[in-house]
Design a protein around this ligand. Structure first.
Ligand SMILES: [Zn+2]
Length: 203
């Protein structure tokens, strides 16, 4: 049986590179893939996915209310689809996660989702919540904090270079995201003072 996968990580962990590489591997073997990316914050009709190391591919965009099962089933009817890839999967709606599950369960096509687990305030995105709940296979894409520990959180730096502690879940524009370990995230968010550990010896 085909599975629904969720590869999750913080920002800048190389998720898109992994997606494009995995899709390319299918093409190399003469198989076809269908790529989706969130259209919520994109201008125009181009769903180009590009990674920081220069790989890119054209993708279809998904928006709220879209029926992804219907779109893949229609396409699959005249051109066999061997794997479905979804970038920015955190923006999917809960119902759309169930549609992706149906693509795996009823069309027997594997679905590989890539996305962020939490936002800059440490809260789950809606799509990520549903994927964590029902995906068959959860895989963490690792990246590291400035201290060398595994980064599981992300902070947002505004145009002034300061860490945003409040605001919209997604900011468009010149904001920069930095991946941090949970300890340094709490310090940057002002929730814990630096070096305030009690009962631990500082390394
Ligand atoms: Zn750290």
């Amino acid at each position: 049986m085909a599975k629904l996968y969720f590869h999750y990580a913080t920002m800048n962990a190389g998720k898109t590179t992994m997606l494009l590489q995995a899709s390319y591997n299918y093409h190399e073997r003469g198989m076809r893939t269908m790529l989706f990316v969130a259209g919520h914050y994109r201008k125009g009709d181009s769903g180009l996915i590009s990674s920081r190391i220069g790989l890119e591919a054209e993708a279809e965009m998904f928006r709220d209310g879209d029926d992804l099962f219907a779109r893949v089933a229609d396409h699959h009817e005249h051109t066999t689809v061997h794997c479905v890839f979804v970038d920015e999967a955190q923006f999917l709606e809960e119902e759309q996660i169930w549609q992706l599950a149906r693509i795996a369960d009823r069309l027997n096509i594997p679905v590989m989702c890539y996305g962020l687990r939490t936002d800059f305030q440490g809260k789950l995105f809606s799509g990520s919540r549903a994927l964590l709940a029902i995906a068959d296979d959860l895989r963490e894409v690792r990246t590291i904090c400035r201290c060398g520990r595994k980064a599981t959180m992300v902070v947002r730096l505004g145009p002034d270079g300061k860490v945003a502690r409040q605001g919209e879940q997604v900011a468009i524009g010149k904001d920069v995201y930095v991946s941090l370990c949970r300890r340094h995230w709490e310090e940057e968010m002002g929730r814990a003072a630096p070096d305030d550990f009690i009962g631990f010896t500082q390394a």
